[in-house]
Design a binder for this molecule. Structure first.
Ligand code: GLA
Length: 429
């Protein structure tokens, strides 16, 4: 007879490492075991991500570039991570809240070591991940990494299926502070068990590791329903939709998807757990200045993780200033953690509202039209769901310089640039 849950876990997972030939059986045991033990498993309880995590991630800008011979400056390597960490610390990003430096896919060697542990690519990460994490920590930043719940990562490197206990321990030993856990090469029906198993083993390491999941996204695109309560119980942030691309069509597509689901998604966002519309891509090739403002403003409204993917070594000063705009960041990081709702669309202008602390409401007006002319919009307090019996002090939210009062019977009037945004904070008087 086994006396404790932990002993049973150890036994099953020791068996797992010694019985590599019987992998499918082991995975079924994991799944079944997690389900049987569900009442004993604490929900994700790491005390992290009380506001949306902020940081930098390789994927959108640097993809799976492993060609360090031809492109040493841009390939996925310890050099790239160190250079970004240096800039985050020296050029103000860390000081406004960007904290995590995260390697996405394509850091791994093709094989595990003889004990089944993950190894980084030896040519691109010659100092090893522990040393790299220490380097990032010395800069006053935190370090994140990527793995996958399936047999392989999306880029085809070894996945964590059958190795979750070992991998969680490896990450903790290396000093990893954030794990992005992807869902390629995984059976759709195994997602919940797989992600919960990794959460279980992360908890057991006792190291505090932000847990970023893609489980809802794969289920949604696979046509299956998602148990968002279980997702929130398991993950600190979770992707619900397709990968962002370097274009306005991708950004507005994500905003629209969030708009269509804002009542549902917003129920699950709050301190400790966030819907993740994917990285912020300001400073890259595909967005105009107005589009960058809209992208950032809407990620702030959606209480989204602010994880940049861009080249901080070569970035336009306008994009850098937007990324470091403390007024926008403070909307994103508002301690209540309430996610914006799409109120309505008027002539192709989306009206979004997010309640903030201290009796304030953030209001975003996004012009989807591409006709080239700023659009005029006039709304009443009723139109923007502010109780019209009161007066409000409105402040333009990017600069916080323009102030005006709107009382019952007054209108809020504005022009919104094509693909642009007007953003206000209304404070009840
Ligand atoms: C998936 C994820 C991306 C990225 C790639 C890496 O597409 O959604 O964010 O992690 O895999 O291969």
């Amino acid at each position: 007879m086994l006396s404790t849950t932990d002993e049973r876990v150890d036994e099953i997972f020791n068996e797992e490492t010694t019985e590599k030939n019987n992998k499918m059986k082991s995975f079924l045991i994991i799944g079944l075991f997690v389900i049987l033990l569900k009442p004993d498993i604490n929900a994700l309880d790491n005390g992290l991500a009380l506001t949306p995590p902020m940081g930098w991630l390789t994927w959108e800008r640097f993809r799976c570039n492993t060609d360090c011979e031809r492109d040493p400056e841009n390939c996925i390597s310890e050099r790239l991570i160190k250079e970004m960490a240096d800039i985050m610390a020296s050029e103000g990003y860390r000081d406004v809240g960007y904290e995590y430096v995260i390697i996405d896919d394509c850091w791994l060697a093709q094989q595990r070591d003889q004990d089944g542990r993950l190894l980084p690519d030896p040519n691109r990460f010659p100092s090893g991940i522990k040393n790299l994490a220490e380097y990032v920590h010395r800069k006053g930043l935190k370090f994140g990494i990527y793995e996958d719940s399936g047999k392989k990562t999306c880029g085809g490197f070894p996945g964590s299926e059958f190795y979750m206990q070992t991998d969680a321990k490896t990450f903790a030993d290396w000093g990893v502070d954030y794990l992005k856990f992807d869902g390629c090469y995984s059976n759709l029906n195994d997602f919940q068990a797989g992600y919960e198993a990794m959460e279980f083993f992360l908890n057991r390491t006792r190291k505090k590791i932000v847990y970023s999941c893609e489980w809802p996204f794969y289920k949604i695109v696979g046509g299956l329903s998602v148990d968002f309560a279980a997702v929130r119980n398991t993950c600190n942030l979770w992707r619900n939709y397709f990968d962002i691309q370097d274009s306005w069509s991708s950004v507005i597509d994500i905003i629209n998807f969030w708009g269509n689901n804002s009542e549902l998604f917003s129920q699950y966002a709050g301190p400790g757990g966030w819907n993740d519309p994917d990285m912020i891509i300001l400073g890259n090739f595909g967005l105009s200045y107005d589009e960058e403002r809209t992208h950032l403003a809407m990620w702030a409204m959606m209480a989204a993780p602010l994880i940049m993917s861009n080249d901080l070594r070569h970035i336009r000063s306008q994009s850098k200033a937007l990324l470091q705009n403390r007024n926008i960041i403070s909307i994103n990081q508002d301690k209540l953690g309430i996610q914006a709702i799409l109120l309505r669309k008027v002539n192709g202008i989306q009206i979004w509202s997010r309640n903030l602390s201290h009796n304030r409401t953030a209001l975003a007006f996004v012009n989807e039209n591409s006709d080239g002319m700023p659009r005029y919009l006039k709304v009443t307090l009723d139109d923007i769901k502010l109780p019209p019996t009161r007066s409000y002090n409105f402040t333009e939210a990017f600069e916080m310089k323009i102030n005006f009062i709107i009382a019952k019977g007054h209108y809020l009037e504005m022009y919104v640039n094509p693909h642009g945004v007007q953003l206000f904070i209304a404070k009840r008087m």
